[in-house]
Design a protein around this ligand. Structure first.
Ligand code: N01
Length: 533
């Protein structure tokens, strides 16, 4: 039996964005708010992605909330890069600490939301048959939360198990002594492979595109090490805020051009030794200067050839079809070295695509790879997927799927025209996925809640972007990307991984620092570009 609840705001999702939005709107603004979450617990990405090896590749020092002094002084991270169980425990700790559980409905997916012009409210419908009326709809649905697998025939005949990394069972999967085939070599497949290799009887990795992966150099913090770092949180947070990617990078030369071979190598050696995403900052122009980019790409290929003993396998693992960084670079802990094991094989499916399943295994290029377990590490319908999988309708019943047919259109990545009082956290057109998303999340939640406070204070009933402001921002996002190598990578940034998706660069590439400044100016100027009613 359906019934209608009335609220000030519905928050969709209880990952880090949704949790903070709930806290801020409820506890700061005093609004009547509820979060709806499809999972059975908080944590979003870290709730769903429980595959072996799941780990954050932003350093734990920077990958946490900064909004509450006591919270950050209490929590101690155990490793330089935190693993999924520890991040999930942190999310649960936050939910307890800020008493969020009482206002989150779990196991509930939003199926549709429609704006009703007469009442000026959103009518939200869930898969549990509940209807909720709310003045504000705040989507905290994540950027990489709509998993996708290729549609392969024969899956129902396969005698083994097929899993997607982002729907890894909570109780775990027994891989001991099993024959495991992994499809996909993005960040997920690269994290998963060495972990599976340690347990499976045989691991076969089906690779369509080789990816650039940098060693993480992950390690447990030494006794007292994290405490010492934490004592300097004010400085670390300030540096993270001032950076383009949400964590500080060591100073870098402007370009590899003008440097001799030895000078280039010194820069890259240093970052390779430090490990992690900072490698991409070896030269400031890495993403738009061919010389710098090729120097870095070749450097990584050399390291792969040094690590992997079999020359043919090493060559297959060397990325050769895109500039480094144009697809999201990966961070690895033993991925390349795993191919030195006798029980791990690499198969290129670039020219021999994955075709389907048989009873015994998975078939690519006419060859059957026998398997007990097939793991799809095949990624997500990124950024727009989570929006378009809901039926969202704005003024006059306009469908978001129609408005975004040629690609997402937003103002600041926060709002979209004809969808009044809809606020997207880390939406398309915001920097979000191009750095430490925690920093983006806090900035978005604070900006949106400040804006809602302003609307409440001014007695504004509805707001939405003016069409011209949305057009300008959408053009600006595309223009910034066009100065970079991003459009050259066949990537989820561009929608390339999702059949039929329009090819547009979805995140905003000018940097989180630049973006933050722009948002702050818009707030200071009284929110130009938004039409109030
Ligand atoms: O997904 P992906 P992901 N046949 O789309 C392949 C974040 N993340 O889950 O490149 C064969 O990157 C596909 O091949 P190709 C991070 O932002 C963060 O790995 O399209 N292969 C690709 O190799 C990351 O970028 C962390 O040719 C097929 C792979 O599947 C994002 O999530 C950890 C195929 C998908 O790679 C997504 O990463 C994990 C087919 N039919 C993820 N279809 C950390 O913070 C797809 N593929 C550490």
């Amino acid at each position: 039996m359906s019934h209608t609840s009335r609220l000030d705001a519905v928050v969709v999702g209880a990952g880090f964005a949704g949790m903070y939005a709930l806290h801020r709107l409820r506890d700061r603004l005093g609004l009547h708010v509820r979060a709806l979450e499809a999972g059975r617990g908080v944590g979003g990405t870290w709730y769903w992605n429980r595959y072996p090896g799941a780990r954050c590749d932003s350093e734990s020092l920077y990958y946490s909330y900064s909004f509450d002094e006591d919270l950050q002084s209490d929590w101690t991270w155990s490793e330089r890069y935190a693993g999924q169980p520890e991040i999930l425990a942190y999310a649960e700790h936050v939910a307890e600490r800020f008493d969020l559980y009482r206002d989150i409905t779990f196991g509930t997916r939003v199926e549709s939301a429609a704006f009703d012009g007469d009442s000026g409210t959103w009518q939200v419908c869930t898969d549990g048959g509940e209807r909720i009326e709310a003045r504000y709809l705040v989507t905290a649905v994540g950027c990489l939360s709509a998993p996708q697998s290729p549609d392969l025939p024969g899956a129902q005949d396969f005698a083994g198990r097929i899993l997607h990394t982002s729907r890894w069972p909570e109780e775990g999967v027994d891989l001991d002594g099993k024959r495991v085939v992994i499809v996909g070599t993005g960040s997920t497949g690269i994290q998963l492979t060495p972990e599976v290799a340690q347990r499976a009887a045989h691991t076969t990795v089906l690779q369509r595109t080789a990816n650039f992966a940098i060693p993480s150099r992950n390690r447990p913090y030494a006794e007292g090490e994290f405490e010492a770092l934490r004592a300097e949180y004010p400085r670390h947070r300030k540096e993270a805020l001032a950076s383009a990617g949400g964590f500080p990078l060591p100073a870098a030369p402007e370009s590899a051009e003008g440097l001799d071979e030895q000078q280039r190598r010194t820069e890259m050696d240093q970052r390779w030794r430090d490990g992690g995403l900072v490698f991409l900052g070896a030269f400031a122009d890495a993403l738009f200067n061919r010389t710098s980019n090729e120097a870095m790409s070749e450097y990584v290929r050399e390291r792969i050839r040094e690590t992997v003993q079999d020359p043919a396998t090493a060559e297959l693992l060397c990325p050769d079809d895109h500039p480094i960084g144009s697809k999201r670079i990966c961070v690895e802990s033993g991925y390349h070295a795993a191919f030195n094991r006798d029980d791990v094989s690499l198969v290129s499916v670039r020219e021999n695509p994955v075709e389907g399943f048989t009873r015994a295994g998975i078939v690519a290029g006419g060859t059957e790879y026998p398997a007990d377990v097939v793991v799809m590490a095949t990624g997500f319908d990124a950024m727009t997927g989570p929006y378009l999988r809901m039926d969202l309708r704005g003024r006059g019943g306009v469908r978001l799927a129609d408005r975004w047919e040629q690609g997402p259109r937003t103002y600041l990545g926060v709002a979209t025209a004809e969808f009044p009082n809809l606020f997207m956290l880390t939406g398309p057109g915001s920097p979000s996925v191009l750095g430490n998303v925690m920093v983006s999340i806090e900035q978005h939640v604070e900006w949106v809640s400040d804006y809602i406070a302003h609307l409440e204070a001014e007695g504004v009933r509805t707001t939405e972007p003016e069409a011209s402001a949305e057009q300008e921002w959408t053009d600006h996002v595309a223009e910034v990307a066009s100065f970079t190598f991003y459009p050259e990578g066949g990537s989820w940034y561009m929608g390339d991984n999702t059949p039929g998706k329009p090819r547009t660069f979805m995140p905003y590439a000018a940097g989180m620092d630049v973006y933050r400044q722009r948002c702050a100016e818009i707030a200071e100027q009284g929110y130009p570009g938004f039409a109030h009613a």
